[in-house]
Design a protein around this ligand. Structure first.
Ligand code: NI
Ligand code: MN
Length: 228
């Protein structure tokens, strides 16, 4: 058995037994988060891109737990200067981690990091196809709709985690079109309601997914998990 817990915004926790993986762990300063950075001691952290609402508490968590941070090569080099272990990858590449693997796939977005004084551009954004606990999951990261999501769908996606907030990523209408490309068994929306510009009617998105595609849609509250 494995569990995928939503931590709010784009942050997720995958666990199976003693194996713990965090994805985009933005907890401090995340108004939706019900968990704190201190609650986790993962072996692995996956980062889709450098934006602060995705890198989040990664450095602090990795320093304390010894977690390896898997992300694009430029971000890996940058975060490596902060004294943590990183593994840099790039689109098309698969990197194995304790309990599973992550394949870098494209995402249409940007990838900059603000340290409070200046903004630096670090690599390009990605999504991940994660194989873990017997399931194949697609974490789209921050992205618009793009046609090559069909290629991602060909990998046989059990769970698609898609942004629906609009403004910075695709909104609900395009996310429903994405579901038609990906054809997952289950859709879990994210990256909505955290801040006023990305407020959405997630219930309406769920209805649209379930009436116009074969996928089921599950809305997770922050702190709530999906067992698989
Ligand atoms: Ni972003
Ligand atoms: Mn974001």
């Amino acid at each position: 058995m494995a569990n995928l817990t939503y931590l709010g915004h784009s942050a997720f926790h995958l666990e199976s037994g003693t194996i713990s993986v965090l994805i985009d762990p933005f907890l401090t300063g995340n108004p939706m988060a019900t968990a704190k950075a201190d609650d986790f001691s993962p072996q692995t952290i996956l980062l889709t891109h450098a934006h602060n609402d995705h890198v989040g508490d990664s450095v602090e968590i990795a320093k304390r737990s010894g977690a390896k941070v898997i992300c694009n090569v430029e971000l890996a080099t940058y975060l490596g200067t902060k004294g943590i272990d990183t593994i840099g990858g790039n689109h098309g590449g698969t990197i194995a981690f304790e309990g599973g693997s992550a394949k870098f796939v494209p995402a249409w977005h940007t990838s900059s990091y603000s340290d409070g004084k200046r903004v630096i551009v670090v690599g390009v954004p990605s999504g991940f196809i994660v194989r873990f606990g017997g399931a194949t999951m697609y974490f789209a990261g921050d992205t618009c709709l793009f046609g090559d999501m069909q290629l991602i769908g060909e990998e046989g996606i059990d769970i698609a985690v898609l942004p629906i907030g609009d403004h910075f990523t695709m909104g609900p209408t395009d996310a429903v079109r994405a579901v038609k490309f990906i054809e997952p068994a289950l859709v879990i929306p994210c990256h909505y309601d955290t801040f006023p510009p990305i407020k959405q009617d997630a219930e309406k998105f769920k209805q649209q997914v379930e009436t116009s595609t074969k996928a089921r849609c599950r809305l997770l509250k922050p702190g709530e998990g999906h067992r698989f």
